[in-house]
Design a protein around this ligand. Structure first.
Ligand code: C2E
Ligand code: CA
Ligand code: CA
Length: 653
């Protein structure tokens, strides 16, 4: 019984659902109550006193109207749990009070009417209590209370009359209300169950929603830095394009790539590399504003979408500010590591209208920047577009080229500046295309590398170079350039070794020139390739030394035979003390380590003198000779009986 009368304290949802279901029935209940009361008052109007047929019913109907209006206005969802329970409690009290009042009033009319009117009282009470039970269904305590309050006096009162018709009506009413109560109790359980299961359903739905929100967040963010990821970037880019198209505005796509990240990874390990990316991510994030969207695209590449700028100069400034943020040293495992970055920018709509175009052009600008001016912001321009178009043509031609017929080599002597004698030649690739003409290796080699054509080209060229070197005197060396791709391609490396063996030239006369980027970026693979060449007896020269940022200790693990100092130091030698002191230290280092040393790009007599003073002996450059065809070397040797080609002979040519 207590459970039946208990209010759902602590179960806000059930209380609110009860009130909600209930508030819809209540006005109807008051309407029925009032109409029935008026009908009963009317049938007794002539016989009963005025206070019973007019004032009391008027008062009761007024009360009912006030309550009906109150319920109509009640906003159940605005109620707190306690307020809802309070409402239910008030309803219980009111049900008791009103139930009792109406019962007393209707029974007090009984003595005044005739037989029909007496029956009307009994009928009114029974029919009204039944409709009230139905209306109060969702508050079973109230329904039961009302039943007890009405049916008990009704039963006693009419049993006492001893009238068989009325006693039969009592039995009818008890039976009907009993049955109704039974149905109501079961319905109520179903109702409460429904509320509960709806709640479970909602809970589960909320959990699912939270889960899928989290999934979505993960799918669109980078797990290492917490920044938006590539997918998020592309989605944002698409949206930005749509908005810019609609509003006719400009925006910029910028790609940022770290310089020197690979060597941090190699030297300090991947965990340190990850730490570095997190630090960089945080620094970049500090630049984010409503106009700047930042994402990590993968590896050490970040993407920025920039809106709301007024000029390209503003984009440049912002890019430089971002790069400046990166330049502060990062502390990794107690070590300060310097990082820098380069930025490539493409601006909508000038250089691209689709996401692919913008991305590709920004990437090109970045690539171009890394090749020419590391650490800068490069905005893709019309001249870049021209280069891209030309490269497209060159690439087409390269794909169709007959390497055997079109690829050739020229040879530049390497000179011992003390004896003035040539010690060997470096083979340099030339491509003569019937349609495009002569193409520089600076242009076609990177394309060939990107299109996986480099292996074939290397094999063709090396075969030609070894053939050309066959008639050379035995003290001449042949220097041959290998690309990064060659070094890490086992197929090419096997072919290279076989060609050297088959050529019959002593392997120790063949020097392979590799660049530090080749050696460092894929250190493990490059190491294997280099070791195999050394095992054959061939020599390894580190080309363009000083052009990159690699750690020397790392490079020395490669067991080099020779270091070639990059031409840029020679170019600066008379202008910069730094250039000459770097040359001096490299020369000394090579002497200590018993490694040979060459300087390339020597163009003037002054440079040669200064280089000699710095301790350089082996040199290469236009001062001695431009690269010459193989036939010219043969002619040279034919004119020199001793086969010891001198510089004088070269100069006389
Ligand atoms: P590199 O190996 O550093 O070659 C030296 C470049 O400097 C050559 O340009 C040469 O002609 C040029 N040079 C020589 N002396 C001087 C000088 O006194 N002043 C100036 N300003 N330049 C001088 P080239 O022949 O255009 O080759 C460019 C680059 O292409 C080479 O740089 C090398 O990295 C690459 N390369 C050339 N041939 C091959 C090859 O057969 N295979 C591979 N993988 N790369 C090659
Ligand atoms: Ca070289
Ligand atoms: Ca070089």
């Amino acid at each position: 019984m207590r459970a039946i009368f208990a209010l759902p304290v602590g179960d806000a949802e059930l209380a609110r659902s009860q009130l909600d279901a209930f508030s819809k029935q209540i006005p109807r209940l008051y309407l029925i109550l009032s109409f029935n009361a008026i009908a009963l008052a009317v049938t007794h109007a002539r016989t009963a006193p005025l206070y019973l047929t007019l004032y009391v019913p008027l008062l009761l109907c007024g009360l009912c109207t006030v309550r009906a209006i109150f319920w109509r206005r009640l906003r159940v969802d605005a109620l707190s749990a306690e307020e809802a329970v309070d409402r239910l409690r008030t309803t219980m009290y009111l049900v008791a009070v009103l139930g009792l009042t109406f019962t007393v009033w209707s029974l007090s009319l009984y003595p005044y009417g005739g037989a029909f009117a007496k029956c009307h009282v009994a009928f009114y009470m029974s029919i009204t209590v039944i409709s009230c039970i139905l209306c109060l269904m969702h508050l079973r305590g109230a329904a039961l209370l009302l039943t007890a309050i009405v049916v008990t006096p009704f039963t006693i009162f009419f049993l006492i009359t001893g009238n068989m018709v009325l006693i039969a009506m009592v039995l009818n009413l008890i039976l009907v209300t009993g049955g109704l109560i039974g149905i109501m109790l079961r319905n109520y359980d179903d109702f409460a169950g429904l509320v509960r299961s709806r709640r479970v359903l909602i809970d589960r739905q909320q959990q699912m929603q939270a889960l899928s929100d989290e999934n979505l967040r993960l799918a669109y963010s980078d797990s290492l830095t917490g920044l938006p990821n590539r997918r998020s970037f592309l989605t944002r880019l698409d949206k930005t394009i749509l908005a810019a198209r609609r509003d006719s505005t400009r925006f910029a796509v910028a790609l940022l790539d770290l310089d020197g990240f690979k060597s941090v990874n190699d030297v300090y390990g991947h965990a340190a590399g990850d730490d570095l990316l997190v630090i960089v991510g945080r620094r970049l994030e500090s630049a984010v504003s409503p106009n700047i969207f930042l994402a990590r695209l993968g590896g050490d590449e970040f993407g920025v979408i920039l809106t709301g700028f007024s000029s390209n100069a503003e984009v440049m400034t912002l890019g430089r500010d971002i790069l400046a943020l990166l330049r502060a040293p990062c502390i990794l495992k107690d070590k300060a590591v310097a990082v820098a970055g380069s930025i490539g920018v493409a601006i909508y709509p000038e250089v691209g209208q689709t996401a692919e175009d913008l991305f590709e052009r920004a990437d090109y600008a970045l690539y171009f920047g890394k090749q020419t001016q590391k650490g800068q912001v490069i905005i893709f321009s019309e001249s870049h577009a021209e280069t891209v178009r030309l490269n497209g043509r060159i690439e087409q031609a390269l794909r169709r080229a007959d390497f055997e017929a079109e690829m050739d080599l020229v040879y530049q002597p390497i000179v011992d500046s003390i004896t003035n004698r040539i010690i060997g030649f470096e083979a340099l690739a030339r491509w003569h295309n019937p349609e495009i003409g002569l193409v520089s290796p600076h242009v076609f080699l990177p394309l060939a590398e990107r299109r996986q054509l480099i292996g074939q080209i290397t094999e063709t060229l090396l075969r030609k170079a070894l053939r050309a070197a066959q008639p050379w005197p035995p003290h001449f060396t042949l220097s041959f350039n290998l690309s990064t791709r060659d070094l890490i391609n086992p197929g090419t490396m096997t072919a290279v070794r076989e060609m050297v063996i088959e050529s019959g030239i002593e392997p120790d006369r063949v020097e392979f020139e590799i660049t530090e980027t080749a050696a460092i970026e894929d250190f493990a693979e490059a190491f294997v390739g280099i070791s195999q060449l050394r095992a054959l007896g061939a020599r390894i020269t580190l080309d363009d030394f000083g052009a990159g940022f690699s750690s020397l200790g790392h490079l020395l693990r490669l067991k080099l035979d020779k270091i070639k100092i990059d031409g840029r130091f020679v170019r600066d030698i008379d202008r910069s003390d730094a250039a000459s002191s770097i040359i001096r230290s490299v020369v000394n280092l090579c002497r200590d380590l018993d490694i040979a040393c060459v300087v390339e790009g020597v163009e003037t007599e002054e440079q040669r003198v200064m280089l000699e003073e710095l301790g350089c002996r082996l040199m290469q450059g236009y001062l001695f000779s431009r690269p010459i065809p193989a036939s010219a070397i043969a002619a040279l040797m034919a004119s020199d009986a001793e086969m010891g080609v001198t510089l004088a002979a070269l100069a006389a040519r």
